[in-house]
Unconditional design. Structure first.
Length: 203
């Protein structure tokens, strides 16, 4: 009854929740947030729970919970729909499908937002980085872009040499920062290049 309740109330003024557990009847809860807000004492607000021994939504052996939120607090814009699509995509694994979990988005007025698999590829990931550290402390980083087919290599010295200590035991204090900066910069370049290729109009 914490952030989930708050989120539901923010999305719409009415919430209908239907839920059923294995071996139990189906339960329906109808919440009118406006009516609850008009109550002088929230602790006195009561919400009826209706029991359906003959399930109407989760029939047979099916179980689950369905939330239906209506009467939105404010009209949805295309930017809101795009943000929702992006957030829902993050629930879907790009590698394997979970047999008992699925996400579907239905927008009759804007069906172009219903596709949650648009950025999936046949490869496990879009980019890959492999590294090899040589005897002299040089790290060779190979970058592969599976979308564009491009590859490149970068080199960075992970160790500094000292007259009194071996190179293997004296890591450069700035090497870690340099490596992190290189990785972040390379990632941004790969993503930017990929987006540029996608945004170019086809001829």
């Amino acid at each position: 009854m914490g952030i989930g309740r708050f989120a539901a109330a923010r999305l719409g003024r009415r919430l209908i929740m239907v839920t059923r557990a294995k071996g139990h009847p189906e339960l329906r809860v109808d919440i009118d947030w406006d009516r609850i807000a008009s109550t002088s004492d929230l602790s006195a607000a009561r919400i009826a729970v209706v029991t359906h021994n003959e399930p109407k939504i989760f029939t047979g052996a099916t179980t689950g919970t369905r939330l239906a939120i209506s009467s939105p607090q404010q009209p949805w814009t295309r930017a809101d729909l795009q943000a929702l699509q992006t957030q829902l995509r993050r629930f879907i694994s790009p590698h394997t499908r979970v047999p008992d979990f699925s996400v579907r988005l239905t927008v009759p007025a804007a069906p172009e937002f219903e596709n949650l698999d648009r950025f999936r590829e046949s490869t496990p990931s879009h980019f890959a980085c492999s590294a090899e550290v040589l005897d002299d402390g040089t790290a060779v980083l190979r970058w592969d872009n599976f979308i564009t087919g491009d590859s490149s290599e970068d080199y960075i010295n992970l160790f500094s040499f000292s007259p009194h200590r071996s190179a293997a035991t004296v890591p450069d204090r700035n090497a870690g920062r340099s490596l992190c900066s290189l990785l972040r910069g390379k990632e941004r370049k790969l993503i930017s290049k990929n987006r540029h290729r996608r945004s170019r109009p086809s001829r």
